[in-house]
Ligand binder design. Sequence first.
Ligand SMILES: [Zn+2]
Length: 197
Amino acid sequence: MASKKAIESILTSISANYGKRQKWITDVNLTWLSGLKGYSDRDVMTATKRWINNEDRPPTVANIRNTIKGLIGDDNATPAGCSRCDGTGCVEIAHHTAGKKGQPTSVKNLIAGCDCGAGQRLRSGSYAPWDVVVDRLRRDPYTLFVFHSDTDRPVLKTAERFAPETLERIAPSLTDPTRKDEWRQIGHGRRIPGGDE
Ligand SMILES: [Zn+2]
């Protein structure tokens, strides 16, 4: 919550930078205090500084609010996802690797950030961009397949998520009979379009 002191300080800066009369600060003080009460002192000050550095007209309360939203992201509005990530911002990746020293194929399932707005938010956190992850995995000499969710398929198939050996074992318990055959497609060496050959 922005303090009285912070509001007075930004109003003084605005007044000094845009040639406002001294009385202006007293006139608008309460409006600004209530308009910015949802934000921290630091955000209010940073946004005002940014406005003063970039604009040649004095800001309104709404201008400062919008500038803060630009700084911290508007938590009330979830950025739009897309069809690749089904709105979640997450791209699902399955990495199939050849077993080393006679071990069976193993599969690691990963999540990476999508290209869309929802994904950008994740990517500014701890998630790497999906295409970077996929490229890196494809360069691994032990890689057999790299599957990732795509615009026409926001979730991976069961066959893509598990190693063939695992699928063979769990196939009888899968309720959807069409899924039981999916592992055979993998067995035929299908790779995703554009994958390294
Ligand atoms: Zn997306």
